[in-house]
Design a protein. Structure first.
Length: 438
């Protein structure tokens, strides 16, 4: 009993402020080393990246486990920082070790050199999502070095293959180790701060509480094969093109999604007009591939009997995919067209934003950006959070950086980068969140 009282008293004593100059120097050094590891997916060989994270955490007294999920180096990482109240479920910091491939010829700099130019750090994974992962890691180290015992356990999971839908990452962890990641709250990628993307001339930090449903379709047309010198009305290519025009001409939303309506109320003004805000307000459909022709390369003088396209549809939470596809078929209204659902989407809905953790996030952001508006938001792309929301966890996407439209849109591009100053400020914001009472 006396030992417990001493531990409790020690845990409630004010902790020392982190040595921020040292933390920031270490954070930037680690981030560059992390980006320089080409953990490309496929094949998602993340063992080298996982070992780097393991070494830096363990050298700062934070224990780590590596969990191999595949035969080709697919490695997930778990770390845990004990908290004061072990009866509460943990907070899960979720990030991923893998990155998408690169076309080196399209990059102005080496995509794995982590070059710093014009105040920006360039490289594959800087935005998606080694930057946030490095912020998670350095915030944990700052807590440990300062002697802060968080309000509850903090678990960090770095997954192996978020970029291929998590089959050897979050899905594998849920199937095989869910008891180790079963948390009350999750902090993942998604959301950001900007002075232009969400509202015109107003600093807004969006914290993602939900994401759109990924509904991927394969659209096929049947026709009659013929010689190209003699045009025919039953040309599969023409039939497909006509159908695709109708397929992607989606009707406008009848009313704003509740999260979008809340964003507009919190901002106190209409959303800015750009491709990002347009995408989070309506269902969308993007034509992503066309395949046709006979022979390789296709013979120019042969009209094929079949033609095919893929369409990436993203639906607002709560939209029924079967009804969406049925309405698309009705618009096309052509028996020569078939539509195949390639993916079966998960729809857990949006997480509740009226929680102690969301309040802690708001306070941490306002400490560093007093004039900001902090609001729940939707994101148009997919994250691992949807799998955990399906398990009943409350998940938020927090990117604690102020970004412009081109920088935020650089993920997966040949110009991927983030501002060094915002990366470092993000470590401070995560530290303030993790050291809060929630």
């Amino acid at each position: 009993m006396r030992l417990f009282a001493l531990f409790l008293a020690a845990s409630l004593m004010p902790a020392a402020e982190p040595d921020w100059p040292s933390i920031e120097k270490s954070a930037l050094d680690f981030f560059q080393r992390y980006v320089r590891i080409p953990s490309i997916n496929p094949p998602a060989n993340t063992v080298e990246a996982a070992n780097l994270v393991k070494s830096v955490l363990e050298s700062n007294g934070i224990p780590v486990r590596l969990l191999t999920s595949g035969p080709n180096g697919q490695t997930n990482l778990l770390a845990r920082l004990p908290g004061r109240d072990r009866t509460k479920k943990p907070l899960l910091l979720l990030n991923h070790l893998d990155v998408v491939p690169v076309d080196r010829t399209a990059w102005k700099v080496d995509p794995f050199a982590a070059v710093i130019q014009d105040g920006l750090i360039w490289g594959r994974g800087t935005m998606d999502m080694k930057g946030i992962g490095a912020q998670h890691i350095m915030a944990l180290i700052a807590l440990k070095q300062a002697g802060v015992v968080p309000a509850r356990d903090i678990v960090m999971l770095s997954t192996a293959d978020e970029e291929t839908d998590g089959h050897l990452g979050i899905r594998w962890m849920i199937k095989n180790h869910f008891n180790e990641i079963d948390a009350e709250y999750v902090l993942d990628e998604g959301g950001f701060g900007s002075r232009e993307i969400l509202a015109k001339d107003k600093l807004v930090f969006g914290v993602a509480v939900g994401e759109k449903l990924s509904v991927w379709l394969r659209v096929r047309a049947k026709g009659t094969a013929a010689h190209g010198s003699q045009p025919i009305p039953d040309n599969a290519n023409v039939t497909l093109i006509d159908a695709l025009r109708k397929a992607i001409a989606l009707p406008a939303a009848k009313q704003p999604h509740p999260v979008v309506a809340e964003m507009i109320r919190n901002i106190g003004a209409p959303l800015a007009q750009n491709k990002y805000t347009a995408a989070i307000q309506v269902n969308t459909a993007s034509l992503t591939s066309l395949t046709s022709g006979v022979g390789s390369p296709p013979k120019i003088n042969v009209i094929p009997s079949a033609s095919e396209a893929t369409v990436d549809c993203r639906l607002l939470p709560g939209v029924n995919p079967e009804e969406f596809i049925s309405e698309m078929k009705a618009r096309i209204n052509d028996p020569r067209i078939s539509i195949e659902l390639v993916t079966i989407p998960d729809d857990p809905g949006a997480s509740n934003s009226r929680t102690p953790l969301f309040d802690a996030i708001r306070k941490a952001i306002l400490k560093h950006h007093p004039n900001a508006v902090v609001t729940p938001m939707l994101v148009p792309h997919g994250t691992d959070s949807v799998k955990l929301r399906m398990m009943g966890l409350t998940a938020y996407g927090l990117t604690p950086m102020v970004l412009d439209l081109t920088t935020a849109g650089s993920m997966h591009s040949d110009q991927e980068r983030i501002p060094v100053s915002e990366f470092l400020k993000g470590v401070h914001i995560f530290y303030d969140v993790l050291s809060s009472e929630f």
